[in-house]
Each structure stands twice: as C-alpha cells, then as structure tokens.
Design a protein around this ligand. Structure first.
Ligand code: 3PG
Ligand code: MG
Length: 399
C-alpha cells in the first residue's frame, strides 16, 4: 500500500503546524436525552489525536454526526462529543459552533501548540455530501485552509465520496491515521488468504443492504450464517410463512437464487422468537421456523439456532461478524445476539466484528471487547472493503 502514515508525518515534525484530522465521531445518541450511548468511536481515534498533541501540533478535528440535510440542526450538534473527547484526552477541546465560519476561523487561529479544536458537524454544510464536484471542492477549499497537513482517521466514512474524505486530501499533504491503518491491515487479512474454515455471520434488518457483500463473500467463505431481520426474506424464499416479520418482498427471488447457488454454505435459523408486537414487553414465544403464526413477528433467533451457529463457529479459524441477530436493545430479544457473540469469543479463531451497530452491541451487552481479534469502527465501510470496492477515502490517500 503506497499510503503515507501518521508516523511519516510525525517524523517530519508537526510542532506548531496545524493538522486537520478527519475523524468519524458519529456516535449513537439517546433519542430522549441526547446523551452519548456508546463512545467507542471517540476512543478509537485517541491514539492518533494523542500522538499529535504530544508532538505539539495544533490539532483541528472534523467529523459528521448523523444525517442532517446540509444545514445546521441542533439535534446533530457535535457539542456533546467535544465534551466527551475532552474528558478522554484529559484536556479541554475548543469547540467551534460552525464548521468553516467565524467561530471555526477564530477557534483555529486561537489554538496553541498541543491544543485540540473540534469543528461543528461537517454535514451542516451542503458541500460536504454534494454529488457536484465543484460544490464539494468549494467546501473542501474552506476546510483545507484550516490545516497544513491532513490526517484521515475516519475509517467509518472512507466509503463516502465526501468533501472532507475525498477532496480535502487532494489539497493538502495527507496521511492515514493509526485507526485507518489498523482497520485496513485487519480487513486485508480477510480478503487475502484467511485461515480456514472462514465463517461469516450476517445479521441486521435488510437483505438489500447486504446483497453485494453476500455475492462477494459466497465464493470465499466456508460458511455464511444468516440471522437478524433479513433472515425472514430468506425463510420466505424457502417457501415458509413468516407472519408479520420484516420481509423484503422484492428480494425473495434474489434470496432463492442465492440459496440455490450457495452450495449449502448458507445456514439459516431453525427456530425464532416471535412476538405480538415490536415492543420490549410484548408477549413472545420460541417457535420452529415452519410454525411462525400469521399474526406474530420474529424479533430474535431461537436457542437451537444459537446452538447450531455456535457449533459452526467453534470450528472456525477466521470469523467476520456484521449485524445483530435480533432486537438486542430489548432484553427479551437479545439472547440470540449475545449467544452468537459469546460463541465468537470462545472460538479459537481470528475474529473481526464489523460495524458501528455490532460493535455497539458488543459493548451494550457487556461483553469483553478484548476477547475479539478486532472490532471495526466501520459498518458500511468494512462491508464495502470486503466487497472489494474502491473506497474513495483510501484512494484519496494513495494519490
Ligand atoms: C456510519 O455510521 O456508518 C458512518 O459514520 C458513516 O455514516 P453514514 O452512513 O451516515 O455516511
Ligand atoms: Mg452507518
């Protein structure tokens, strides 16, 4: 990989230089209180920020949060993240209340060596996500004016062709941060020559989101275990009735075709937990997949499925897991996700957890993060990497 790294930049010396760092501080927030519910993505960027602070750089951090529509929207402010980042760094973070306006300019100008600023949400500016290269470029010019060098440590966003990810590195000397390097190093083991058996577990709600990665993985994996909301479209494709479970009708034929071509590699649930409603206190039971009542919906995989999937995982030497097995946020429907996560930690395998949501699940369920080989901060990004797609953020660093 012909990418310059943070160490190369540090070797040049950054003391007194302004270093613009693109981070992915897109953390989940509590819908009621707005509090940060999982700070994993903030902690993941600390090695890079710490090294720059230590070296005396003026560190200007930028990130997106959520999907605001190109204009300021208080519910997506990075203000709370600035507070948490400061706590974790052990030094105050100077927060700019806009991204490239007066507040940002004076905040950056006021930084002393070794101090850190955080700009307000990049996506409060239409130029960040614009499909129009000129509009993105104009915004990238403004951002690039805040740095003498650029570090990309936003692995979770490298699959986005956005101004801060794709256009800014074309305007500044650019390097990959520690997190981006580690993520690429780990994921390249999976696309290279993984030790076998290589078992992949996919969950989450939509088949349509995972179709490309399933296509890409089928020839390479030894087993593909499918749970989560998307399993019901596969079960339907096998001719089963799925009640009022999540179903992508227009994907049923595609799923049938995948099953036919999978050479028996795809394993589906044999039992599921069905409920009267999508609610934490809904009445629920475990049933066989051929006995889902027409008025109930599946919200988790059942214990026999966990046992079968766990047996497959116990044989594995390499494991990739993306997507929860059920609605793990509700305790009644968390057993499937917990069971699979525990089976992964017990396997004598190199395991990678891909994805913002699966990583958050690991922490929300109180599992020991260190018992996994690697927990990726990128959901979409890690899937697109495994699909073999060119990632705009990585390509920009290579140039
Ligand atoms: C993520 O949460 O997957 C990343 O932060 C990217 O966010 P996005 O899907 O809104 O671009
Ligand atoms: Mg996402």
């Amino acid at each position: 990989m012909s990418i310059r790294t943070l160490d190369d930049l540090l070797a040049e010396g950054v003391s007194g230089r302004r270093v613009l760092v693109r981070a992915d501080l897109n953390v989940p927030l509590d819908k009621q209180t707005g509090a940060i519910t999982d700070d994993g993505r903030i902690r993941a960027v600390l090695p890079t920020l710490g090294a720059l602070v230590e070296a005396g750089a003026k560190v200007v951090v930028c990130s997106h949060l959520g999907r605001p529509k190109g204009a300021p929207d208080p519910q997506f402010s990075l203000g709370p993240v600035a507070g948490r980042l400061g706590e974790l760094l052990g030094a105050p973070v100077h927060f700019a209340t806009d991204t490239v306006g007066d507040s940002a300019r004076s905040t950056v100008a006021g930084l002393a060596d070794g101090q850190v600023a955080l700009l307000e949400n990049l996506r409060f500016n239409a130029g960040e996500t614009s499909k129009d290269a000129a509009e993105r470029g104009a915004f990238a010019d403004q951002l690039a004016a805040f740095g003498d060098a650029y570090v990309d440590d936003a692995f979770g966003a490298v699959h986005r062709k956005h101004a801060s990810v794709f256009d800014v590195p074309a305007r500044l000397p650019h390097v990959a941060g520690r997190l981006v390097l580690r993520e690429v190093e780990v994921l390249s083991k999976l696309t290279g020559d993984p030790e076998r058996p290589y078992v992949v577990v996919l969950g989450g709600s939509k088949v349509s989101d995972k179709l490309a990665v399933i296509e890409a993985l089928l020839p390479t994996v030894d087993r593909l275990l499918i749970g989560g909301g998307m399993c019901f479209t596969f079960l339907k494709a096998q001719g089963l009735e799925v009640g009022t479970s999540l179903l992508e009708k227009d994907m049923v034929d595609t799923c049938r075709n995948l099953l036919e071509r999978s050479g028996g590699k795809i394993m589906l649930p044999v039992d599921v937990v069905v409920a009267d409603a999508f609610a934490p206190d809904a009445a629920h039971d475990t049933v066989r997949v051929d006995g889902i009542p027409s008025h109930r919906l599946g919200l988790d995989v059942g214990p026999e499925t966990v046992a079968g999937f766990s047996a497959a995982l116990s044989q594995a030497k390499t494991i990739f897991w993306n997507g929860p097995m059920g609605v793990f946020e509700m305790p009644a429907f968390a057993a499937g996700t917990r069971g699979i996560a525990e089976a992964i930690t017990k396997a004598d395998a190199f395991s990678v957890v891909g994805g913002g949501d699966s990583a958050a699940a690991v922490r929300a369920l109180g599992l020991d993060e260190s018992s996994f080989g690697h927990i990726s901060t990128g959901g979409g990004a890690s899937l697109e990497y495994l699909e073999g797609k060119t990632l705009p953020g990585i390509a920009a660093l290579e140039n």
